[in-house]
Design a protein around this ligand. Structure first.
Ligand SMILES: Cc1ncc(C[n+]2csc(CCOP(=O)(O)OP(=O)(O)O)c2C)c(N)n1
Ligand SMILES: [Mg+2]
Length: 892
């Protein structure tokens, strides 16, 4: 029941309520807000004890969290800042309008930045600190669709030329252009964080803020008060990733993190919550999670009206309007506002009686009022003990008038007609003539103008310009031959898995004087799966509070040790969160000037398949580090079945251009790849990263057979020649990962049972072979007059006679995609289809990738080229126990 109705039913008169309120006011005045809050808390507990049921709500009233009497003085020159902001607005619009005049449908967004201009400008003028050699600076995730505004400001700052602005979304034009959204790959001197795939940046920013603390706790960087700011759209918060990690942020007390949600109440198609209130919904989610929530809803013009609202009627009214109605109200006439907002109660109408319609129309929202935004930001940066979210209410397409202000179509508005442009010019006092407006000329005031001088001075005071990306770390020095050499020697007959081998290497790397401290092992609750529990004890699991309990296994050698300077990031069951840590660690070489080397080891099936978009963003960010797909291989991970067994990830790794993907079989291959990776990324500074699959099948690791380093890195080398030098029946068998052992067994079968001499090759990277084949072909096509180059694969197979058979634990398409550069037809075996809960032998039989099927494929190829008779095939079926009518794994 409505509270007021309850009160009147029980004959409670307003003076009684007034008494309670007054006594609270007097406590507030005499003892301050802390005491008042303590009394309220006590009252609440007391109420509970005596049996009063107070309904739970995490919401506060629909008004500004910071009342105007607690608002700090605004330190800037309001007039000048407004002029600067207006110019930023104009050039941002001009950029999009011009781009679309020249190239129809090139796109771009006007209305997102229009709604967020004040949110950014207050930041640029008063809060965002640049990265300098002395101070790490603030990390800022700009809302992707607001990029025209960020470019526009950089233009006023003199950092981007008019030519660049002219080429917005036309990056291939001579002289280059500006990328549609924040892409470090495309603008490596400017953008640091890609944000346009919604939901990624909120989650990344949380883990970035946590990673900063990790570096501080491990003494890898000084403790600073640097902040991580993430600007998001309110519609964006619907993405599960957006709110998916907010508990981590509060649990870790990340008061270095500030979310600013631009609550224009609209997304692309229409209102975010037409029938509800997105701001209240977000408030309760964030407060429930333990965040400091600051609502910035109403501009200064509302303050005197709210002051008159002694009975709380206006506050109540503000809280009962749904967003769909608000969307209409904020762009309606004063008369409409009077009738539909204040008209609900004669007392409210009375409240605004002295106010003209024109004034009512001009009541601003909080997110457009620099004083309110400044107050919120100041409170956020000063807040201690938890992260802060600022929910700032704005109008989408603010200032666009008829061209789109608050309209449902505004997100995609890219064109303004002359009249609309002229209106905008007048509204924001842009000093342009009608003709210049018609031409949509960019405008930058002279260097010695008040605006430019002010803007430069503000940025100077904050350490320089932002965003700005550069490599801030020094390359590592050592070549680490010693470190990796022991792994070239094999396991002396001992059965080990490649995962175990990798973990030994990781352990050794962590003891290295140069890179040891820089290694960041990241696991999503799978360390035991990968045999990494020994690291718990030796390097510890990172915990910002150390270990507040005696672990249950404290008496064991490998107990669960949490420590403030722990090195392992044990993220719990979140591949997305772990990937975000990987990104933070893998980009620290640029953002923080620290060469941290992340090793993110996870269940390979839950990598690309689940979090590919984060991997794509990582690639865009020029991340460095190693992704380790553990328990990989559709038939090598036994028992787990369809959802776990990974035969896909090497195919899904193909599209990521700067990612090198390897499927090594032996320890020495991994050692070679890791050593080379560290050299290329951290010594030579290449913008690449690695995906390496490691498996849990134990087998003897052989010694490195001579100098096969180059072959390992380029993707293939001959591992074992056939001992049979007599036979005219020849075959070349290509195996990868654990399936290489099946190829070796097939080599024996073919020799012993069928007199076929087969060589066995280890294919460490089909992706590398594919890339090289395509590159070479392309070069030849573009250089017809020159001696053609030969792909590495073709060169390697120049002296490899006979039929060709490839088998891997991944889709058949992997070997097939390199077939064009092979000398003859290739038979490809792979694991297309759904996995099964089974043992390795049965799985390899089911998917037809075991030694028998490899041998059969070689015989079949020999038969097809007329080198063996049909009866040999019949014998093979019988001797190898192959049922030709067995189910087809691909579709069963
Ligand atoms: C993952 C993902 N899905 C869809 C889109 C397409 N998209 C771009 S902007 C947008 C609406 C954004 O609304 P909001 O977050 O409220 O931002 P606003 O522009 O209103 O500030 C959508 C759906 C996207 N960029 N990323
Ligand atoms: Mg929105």
């Amino acid at each position: 029941m409505e509270q007021e109705t309850v009160a009147s039913l029980h004959g409670l008169d307003s003076s009684e309520i007034q008494e309670w309120l007054e006594s609270l006011d007097s406590v507030l005045q005499s003892s301050g807000p802390e005491v008042a809050s303590y009394i309220l808390e006590r009252l609440q507990v007391h109420a509970k004890v005596v049996g009063i049921d107070i309904p739970f709500t995490a919401n506060t009233p629909y008004v500004n969290t910071i009342p105007h009497h607690l608002q700090p003085a605004f330190p800037g020159d309001q007039q000048l800042e407004r002029r600067i902001k207006s110019l930023v607005r104009w050039n941002a619009i001009a950029m999009v309008v011009r781009a679309n005049r020249e190239e129809h449908n090139i796109g771009g967004h006007i209305s997102t930045f229009a709604s967020a201009a004040t949110l950014y400008e207050v930041g640029f003028n008063h809060f965002f600190r640049a990265r300098t050699p002395e101070f790490e600076g603030d990390t800022i995730y700009f809302q992707g669709h607001a990029s025209p505004g960020i470019y526009s400001r950089a233009f006023l700052e003199g950092r981007l030329s008019a030519q660049k602005l002219e080429n917005f979304r036309r990056e291939l034009k001579p002289g280059g252009g500006l990328s549609s959204y924040p892409h470090p790959w495309l603008m490596p001197d400017f953008w640091e964080y890609p944000t346009v795939s919604m939901g990624l940046s909120p989650l990344m920013s949380i883990y970035q803020a946590r990673f900063n603390r990790y570096l501080e706790d491990r003494s890898l960087k000084p403790v600073t008060d640097a902040k991580v700011w993430a600007f998001l759209g309110d519609g964006e918060t619907d993405e599960p990733e957006s709110l998916g990690a907010i508990n981590l942020a509060s649990r870790e007390k990340l008061d270095n993190l500030i979310f600013v949600v631009n609550c224009n109440l609209q997304r692309l198609d229409g209102p975010v919550r037409g029938n509800g209130q997105i701001i209240q919904e977000l408030e309760s989610a964030f407060r429930g999670a333990g965040w400091n929530v600051i609502k910035v809803l109403w501009g200064s013009e509302w303050d005197p009206i709210l002051d008159q609202d002694t009975e709380g009627l206006l506050v109540k009214r503000m809280g009962e309007i749904v967003d769909g109605a608000y969307q209409k109200l904020v762009v309606s006439s004063g008369a409409y506002v009077r009738e539909h907002f204040f008209g609900s109660d004669p007392r409210l109408l009375k409240l605004v009686e002295p106010i003209s319609d024109e004034h009512l129309r001009r009541l601003r929202l909080g997110g457009h009022d620099p004083l309110k935004v400044y107050a919120a930001y100041k409170a956020a940066v000063e807040h201690k003990g938890s992260p802060t979210v600022i929910l700032a209410r704005t109008i989408k397409g603010y200032g666009l008038g008829e061209a789109g202000e608050g309209k449902n179509v505004t997100h995609q508005q890219k064109k303004l007609n002359e009249e609309e442009l002229a209106e905008f010019r007048t509204r924001f006092d842009i000093p342009l003539t009608d003709e210049q407006v018609r031409d949509v000329t960019f405008y930058r005031p002279p260097e010695d103008s008040e605006e430019i001088r002010y803007l430069r001075a503000r940025r100077e005071a904050l350490g320089g310009y932002t965003p700005q990306r550069k490599v801030r770390s020094k390359p590592i020095v050592a070549d680490h031959d010693e470190l990796f050499h022991e792994f070239h020697l094999g396991s002396e007959g001992r059965d080990v898995s490649t995962t175990m081998a990798f973990v030994s290497m990781l352990r050794k790397m962590m003891r290295d004087p140069e890179i040891g401290k820089l290694v960041v092992p990241i696991v999503p609750d799978e360390a035991r799966t990968f045999g990494m529990e020994s690291l718990f004890r030796t390097v510890g699991i990172y915990s910002s509070v150390g270990q507040r309990y005696e672990p249950v296994d404290v008496n064991t050698l490998l107990y669960y040790k949490e420590a403030k300077d722990g090195q392992i990031l044990e993220e719990g069951i979140t591949e997305a969160g772990s990937m975000a840590s990987f990104i933070a660690a893998g980009t620290a070489y640029s953002s923080l000037g620290i060469n941290t080397i992340p090793f993110f080891i996870y269940y390979s099936m839950f990598g690309f398949q689940r979090i590919a978009d984060f991997i794509w963003a990582a690639a865009d960010m020029r991340v460095r580090g190693f992704l380790l797909g553990g328990t990989s291989g559709r038939t090598t991970l036994a028992g787990e079945g369809l959802q776990h067994q990974d035969g896909n990830s090497h195919v899904l790794a193909l599209p990521v251009p700067n990612l090198l993907a390897y499927d090594p079989a032996y320890a020495y291959e991994i050692a070679v790849i890791l050593q080379e990776g560290i050299r290329r990324m951290y010594k030579d500074g290449e913008s690449i990263f690695y995906y390496i699959t490691v498996m849990n099948e134990p087998y003897a690791m052989p010694e490195m057979p001579g100098d096969v380093r180059e072959g390992i890195l380029k993707g293939l080398y001959r591992f074992r020649k056939s001992p049979n030098t007599e036979s005219k029946l020849r075959a070349q068998l290509f195996g990868s990962g654990a399936i290489l052992n099946e190829a070796l067994k097939a080599q024996e079968i073919l020799d012993e049972k069928f007199g076929v001499a087969a060589d066995v090759w280890s294919v460490t990277s089909y992706k590398a072979l594919y890339t090289d084949g395509n590159e070479t072909e392309r070069w030849n096509r573009l250089h017809p007059g020159e001696a053609p180059r030969v792909p590495y694969l073709t060169q390697a197979l120049a002296d490899a006679p006979g039929v060709l058979v490839a088998a891997s634990d991944y889709l058949k398409t992997l070997p097939q995609m390199v077939a064009p550069w092979m000398p003859r037809h290739l038979a490809s075996l792979g694991t297309d289809g759904f996995g099964r809960s089974e043992g390795r032998a049965s799985l390899r039989d089911f998917f037809e990738v075991d030694s028998r099927f490899i041998a059969l494929a070689a015989l079949d190829e020999l038969h097809r080229v007329g080198q063996i008779e049909r009866d040999v095939l019949d014998r093979a079926f019988a001797e190898l126990h192959i049922n030709p009518c067995k189910p087809n794994a691909v579709i069963s």
